[in-house]
Design a protein around this ligand. Structure first.
Ligand SMILES: Nc1ncnc2c1ncn2[C@@H]1O[C@H](COP(=O)(O)OP(=O)(O)OP(=O)(O)O)[C@@H](O)[C@H]1O
Ligand SMILES: CC(C)(CO)[C@@H](O)C(=O)NCCC(=O)O
Length: 399
């Protein structure tokens, strides 16, 4: 596999060999971020201020596995020898007693023994919120075309002014949802959260539709019509708007409300309608709670991350409309291209120090098709989803 060649020992001409790996082991998904140096060294390595070469060029790669299938992830790490480099070091200093990986998320605690037992690797734990913030700040400052708005089906990239980034609200929608007010590098407070998140969508959706995968459930929602099961304002108001309080007849008055009066069984509803109602209910709720928290602290910008989003148009549209509606256009919902990898990126950066200065992004480059992560078979490509088929070209400097 072409991709794996980057991890072969490259003895004579290139003395520095890095394959640094960091993990975010969440309630639903394990995220991996790893660095591979350029095998062909097609560019000059980065130089310090006096022109001495002090780093390496390479690529950041992204992969994910279901946490329930953690053994596939262990196999992937082992087969690709991702742990060989450990931290950032000269190859000659790479000794077995330094076999550790930076890891964040609850699973860094839960699966610590498993990693030791199966791979003889110690997980060096990094705090989950620290990592989310570090990852978000890094992407917002360093990566091109990272943040975008989504309104009326249109994706628009936002140019981030580094001097005017803070404060902002970071909403990470994983299994559960964390809302974090970010005031600077390492300066943040987790101000709120909700247990109604991605795990709720997938968990309830699985029970109600018998879908076998998250992607199937998400795909179903494309074809569904939530009016079949949600009670709209118009259903209550005889087809009319309740204009006095600003509610149009098509606004959802009660999610899943029709299930009470319809006198139907679960089987009488189409799975696609259920999926759509569920997605709408959860996205709307998160959008609304996010807005309320932004309002609490006077924040105008809300960045949404986490793998619940999956670059899915209906999800983003619902969240963006909720924020726009409740804030009367004052607050802006923005989404991140590397949505689900914030924590893993933060753990990756924490190898050096909490500083972002050692990692410099050159540009995002799509990997050639044959260099994608074919071993990551858990995930089908959904349109717009970063699925391990892209990498960031970057340079790492020695501290
Ligand atoms: N292929 C997939 N399999 C399962 N869930 C998926 C998949 N793709 C997206 N998701 C959604 O993403 C959510 C998990 O997102 P993410 O990986 O950001 O959180 P996590 O780290 O697992 O959760 P937490 O931070 O709460 O521990 C799932 O609950 C589900 O809604
Ligand atoms: C427990 C965590 C932080 C684990 O990632 C996440 O799932 C979460 O933020 N849940 C919501 C918990 C709450 O604030 O109600």
């Amino acid at each position: 596999m072409e991709h794996n060649r980057e991890f072969e020992i490259d003895g004579n001409s290139n003395p520095i060999q890095i394959s640094r790996l960091a993990l975010d082991i969440g309630g639903s998904l394990i995220k991996l971020v790893y660095f591979s140096r350029n095998s062909g060294d097609d560019e000059d390595p980065p130089k310090d201020k006096v022109g001495v070469s002090n780093g390496v060029n390479g690529r950041l790669h992204f992969a994910k596995f279901e946490t329930a299938k953690i053994n596939d992830c262990l196999e992937f790490i082992s087969a690709n020898k991702l742990f060989l480099g450990g931290g950032f070091q000269h190859q000659e200093n790479c000794t077995n007693d330094r076999r550790f990986i930076k890891a964040t998320g609850g699973g860094a605690y839960k699966f610590s023994e498993l990693f030791k037992e199966k791979l003889d690797i110690s997980l060096e734990k990094e705090d989950e919120m620290d990592c989310l913030v570090m990852g978000a700040n890094f992407l917002l400052k360093a990566a091109n075309q990272e943040a975008f708005t989504y309104l009326n089906g249109q994706k628009e990239f936002v140019q981030i002014d580094h001097n005017d980034l803070y404060p902002y609200l970071l909403v990470n929608i994983g299994s559960g949802v964390s809302m974090i007010k970010v005031d600077g590098d390492g300066k943040y407070e987790r101000v709120s959260g909700t247990s109604v998140g991605g795990g709720t969508f997938w968990g309830l959706g699985k029970l109600l539709t018998k879908c076998q995968s998250f992607d199937e459930l998400l795909e179903l929602s494309h074809q569904g019509n939530n009016r079949a099961i949600d009670t709209l304002v118009g259903d209550i108001y005889g087809g009319m708007d309740y204009s006095k309080v600003g509610l149009s007849s098509t606004t959802i008055a009660s999610s899943f409300g029709k299930a009470i009066s319809d006198n139907k069984e679960l089987e009488d509803y189409k799975p696609e309608d259920i999926s759509r109602s569920l997605l709408r209910m959860i996205s709307n709720n998160i959008g609304q709670i996010s807005y309320l928290n932004a309002l609490r602290f006077g924040l105008k910008r809300i960045f949404f991350g986490g793998f619940f989003i999956r670059g899915h148009s209906y999800t983003m549209d619902t969240i963006a409309v909720a924020v726009h509606f409740w804030s009367k256009g004052e607050a802006k919902a923005m989404f991140l291209r590397h949505e689900g990898f914030l924590g893993a990126l933060g753990a990756f950066i924490s190898y050096e120090s909490p500083s972002l200065d050692n990692l410099v992004v050159n540009q995002m480059v799509p990997l050639p098709v044959n260099a994608s992560l074919v071993t990551d078979t858990n995930f089908d490509t959904l349109k717009g989803d970063l699925n391990g088929t892209e990498s960031i070209r970057c340079s790492i400097y020695r501290a």
